[in-house]
Each structure stands twice: as C-alpha cells, then as structure tokens.
Ligand binder design. Sequence first.
Ligand code: NAD
Length: 505
Amino acid sequence: MTTSVESPAVQPVRETFPSLNPANGAEIARYPVDGEPEVADAVARARKGAEWWAALTAGERKRRLGAWAATITRDRRALCELVHEENGKPRDDAFLEVLLALEQLTWAASHAGRVLRRRRVAGSLAMMNQAATVEYHPLGVVGVIGPWNYPVFTPMGSIAYALAAGNAVVFKPSEFTTASGVFLADSFARANPDADTGVFQVVTGFGATGAALCSARVDKVAFTGSSATGRKVMAACAQNLTPVLMECGGKDALIVAEGADVKAAADGALWGALANAGQTCVGIERVYVVKGLEDAFIDAIREGAAELKTGADAEDRVYGPMTMPGQIDVVRRHIEDAIAKGATAVVGGVDSVKPPFIDPVVLVDAPEDSAAVCEETFGPTITVRTVADADEAVRLANATEYGLSASVYAGSARRGAEIARRLRTGMASVNAVIAFAGVPGLPFGGVGESGFGRTHGEDGLKEFARAQSVTRKRFSAPLDPTTFRRSPATMKVLDRYVTLRFGRK
Ligand code: NAD
C-alpha cells in the first residue's frame, strides 16, 4: 500500500518504478511495485475501513467527502501541475479535469443519502398485508482500476460514488499517472485525519498489481481502461464471482445533419477529436456529414486546424505529447492504412507523427473497413465521410462494436435529439460535444465493447450498493396461500382473481 512517495520503507528492498513526464522523459516520482501480499494487506485494511465508514451516517460521510473536496480545491494547483507533468495535457485542461472531478465528488456526496435510503414500495393485491421497503447497503470493499488519460476525473467517477455509497476503496492508478492517484488518497487522508486508514488506499504498480486486486476477493471491481484489458479483468473476477463495472474504449461519431451550423460542428469536432491529444474515451474519432454540407464543413475544419499548435509547455499549445509511447505506433499505423486505402489527408498526414507529439490529422473518405474507422485510434486524428442523409449517418455511426457516446449537430436541437435517440450509445450530446460528462446527475457508461454498468448520477451510486428488499407482515390476511394449511377455497378465490386481474383486455 502506498499513500505517499516519502512513506518509510518497512520492507527490505522493494522493486520500484518511475512515473515519467511524457514530454521529456524526466522522472517525476518513484513508487513500489505492489504484489499480491501488499494488495491483500490493503484489502484486509479496507475491510476494517469499510466497517468504520459504513457505520457513519450518510450525513457524516457527506461532511467528510465535502472536506476532501475542499482540500483538493485548496491544493488544486499542485494537483493540476502533477496531471500536466504526468499526462502531458496543458495546465488549463488539467484544471478543467479537476473541476469536473470536484463536481462529481460533490454530487455523489450530496445525493447518496437521498438515493440510497430506505423507501416504501407499493404492494400488490395478492400481498396486501405486507409493507414493502427497499434499501441500498454498501457492498464493502471496492477495487478501482484506473487509466492515465483522465487520471483524476475518470477514477473519481468510481471512487467518489463508491465512498459516498458507504464502501471502502482500494485504488490502482495507471502506471503512467501514479502520482496523481497517490495525490488523491493523500488528500483524502489530510482532509479526514481521524478516519480509519483503510477507507481509501492506493496500491501502485503495473497490470499485475491490477490483476492481484481482481483476485483479492473485493466486493466489486470498477475498471476503466481498454476493452482488451477489460476482458482479462472480467476473467480474473469471474473466479470469485466478483462483480465488475466496465468502462472501456470507444469509437465515437459526430453526425452533421441537415440544417446544422457547420462552423459550430467543425469547432466541436476539432475539440472533441484533438483535446488531450485525442486520448479521450469519449473523444470524437469519426464524422458523418450529410451531402451538401461537406465542403463547408471540411473548409471550416481546415481553417480551425491551421490555428492549432501542439507541444509541451507554451501556453498557446492546445494539447501536449502522447502520454503512452506505445500508442504513437497505433496512430501512425491508422494514418498509413487509411491513406493506402484511398483516404485524403486534408490536414496533416503521416509526417504529423513527431514523437512524442502528433500534429492534427484529418482524413477524408477513409474506407469504413480501414483501421482509422474501425479501431479505437486514441490519437489526434479524425475521419470525415459524406453520407446521403441522417439515416445513413446513423447506420454507419452504429456500425461498430463500441457504443460509448456520440454527438449530433442539426438545424434544430429537437431534430438532433431525434437522431441521437437512434444511436446505440450510452451517451450523446446535441449541438455540443461531450457535454454529458459535465452533468453529474447523468449516468456515464457504454454498451458493447465500451463496457457496461454506470458511473455518475443515481445509477452511479446504485452501482456500488446492494439493494435489499424487505417485507413486513402488517396483519394476517384472510387468504394466505403461503402455508400448507391453505384451503381449496383460497385457491379458488385466487383463480378468480387471476382472471379478473390479468385475463381481460
Ligand atoms: P489499459 O487497459 O492499458 O489499462 C487500464 C488499467 O488496467 C491500468 O491501471 C493498468 O495497469 C491496468 N491493468 C493492465 N492489465 C491488467 C490486468 N491484467 N488486470 C488488471 N488490471 C490491469 O488502459 P489505458 O491505456 O490505461 O487507458 C486507455 C483506455 O481506457 C482507452 O481504451 C480508453 O478509451 C479507455 N477509457 C475509457 C473510459 C470510460 O469511461 N469508458 C475512460 C477513460 C479511458
């Protein structure tokens, strides 16, 4: 278990790994590689922490999570600097990420009491003598495995909701952004110095540390990462029937439908595709534009992209380096494959790949079976295809195994919403991009290869709770079929009841 870089080492010699600045390779901090014993210890501590935390009232948990939000707010510049250094995104983007994470934390803390408290449920005629209630209890210990692209906002979607629902959390941050993850646990401890130390802990390391967490008999694993790793997480969790929440990859489309404000759509497409160097699970990777609007749209994209600069530090750079060196080859392969199959690069091209940076690339008419259209690129590229109408746009947008989110630009917001409802995704924005992520009351998650289960909103709280249904007998019913002493007359009355209740049209 690691709560700070300076933790005194009580072990003999532990293997360690560095967190590196992707722009220049500089070492930011070094952390122990936690193995099965360390993870098991953390989970054992979390069991005690979970008991302590669950015994608090929802109001007390709200106060403590509020204190955590205030601590993060006070120390936000240090956290933003860490996110900037570890992930490579500009400081302003790091700030926006922290802001959104604080929105989620505060929403979860404020609404958990109301959403999860015991409530009455209407009875049925057959059970009219029973009072029925449902209540949402904590699961116990939740393991959270996070990615590096939004190292604060993304795991916070699980951590805040799991804690607000009364669980303890053991968090395994991505090996690329460990310092940001450790910062979160340290700030929780600073905000709640009297809390049991098992309530929120971090374990550090690579995939094997995450795998150890999956096998540690926690009560749920909330995983965010690639679909390929998601499969491994599910397989490991299956051994103990540990339930899982899967937030995986995406191949999100933006549709430019009839009457759309083409300039606004191009502006949204560029930001949705390029922000954070395109390393956004809900980033725009494909555009389908209806015939007649394509020239104006591509002109606007060209014009917008021409102004954009990439790089590490200067404040006028809109995004930074690729965080994970291995992803650069994937992006290069997608560009090369699309061009070889007949796509035209109207912005950038293969030469845009200048590791660790990649300048914007816009590919027009990449075939629908090319890697740039089919696979998650996770880089600052976008494909654009002209379609006959919105129907074709919907068909092509849905022609993917992924189903995370989408964007629709249309002449009227109403028409946009009509199109959005036909998309097989967990989320959509009309005349905007990624707006749903900023509304904490809205559930966040996907379908198909993009995963299942939801963070954020009421669904996000219930994801980390166990519904318990309780009936209380209020009086002895004149007809009681649940006894061996029931009479033939009781069954006769019930038979008539079935006809009256369900048999008439
Ligand atoms: P990744 O799958 O490589 O790693 C995610 C996490 O899993 C890391 O902490 C890693 O150490 C851990 N891990 C690796 N192997 C493991 C194993 N066998 N068992 C348990 N844990 C293991 O993903 P990444 O590269 O960090 O993140 C990028 C991916 O995440 C993209 O596909 C992106 O779309 C997706 N993502 C999805 C969402 C969402 O909410 N749907 C949000 C952000 C990112």
